[in-house]
Design a binder for this molecule. Structure first.
Ligand SMILES: [Mg+2]
Length: 115
């Protein structure tokens, strides 16, 4: 069983033991995912790159917790929507490889339509 499938199973078990499926609809999972991403952003808000790097080193556990919150909602939402996240990532990487060919995109932050 892939890591994603195994983790999704554990997340669903946690949810179901608490009878929370009733609250975890697509809309609210998407909202929760973005709110957790905002909690991650709070760690870096108003800091310059050096301060953000220092903060990340000193708050690795708290940042790790936020990343886990984001990932858990992502995995649960993908499962609810019957999206195979491994496949979706593989497919999106293929699309991005075409959008951003190495010879055009290397070392540039330009959006694909301006390459
Ligand atoms: Mg959080």
């Amino acid at each position: 069983m892939s890591d994603i499938k195994s983790l999704t199973k554990k997340i669903k078990q946690f949810r179901d033991e608490r009878d929370w499926k009733q609250f975890h609809n697509h809309k609210d999972l998407a909202v929760a995912l973005v709110l957790e991403a905002a909690e991650l952003l709070e760690h870096f808000q108003w800091k310059n790159l050096q301060e953000a790097d220092q903060h990340a080193q000193e708050n690795k556990q708290a940042i790790s917790d936020e990343l886990a919150d984001i990932a858990m909602y992502l995995l649960e939402l993908a499962d609810n929507l019957r999206v195979d996240l491994s496949k979706a990532i593989e497919q999106k990487l293929k699309k991005n490889t075409i959008k951003y060919p190495v010879e055009k995109a290397k070392g540039k932050h330009t959006k694909y339509n301006n390459l």
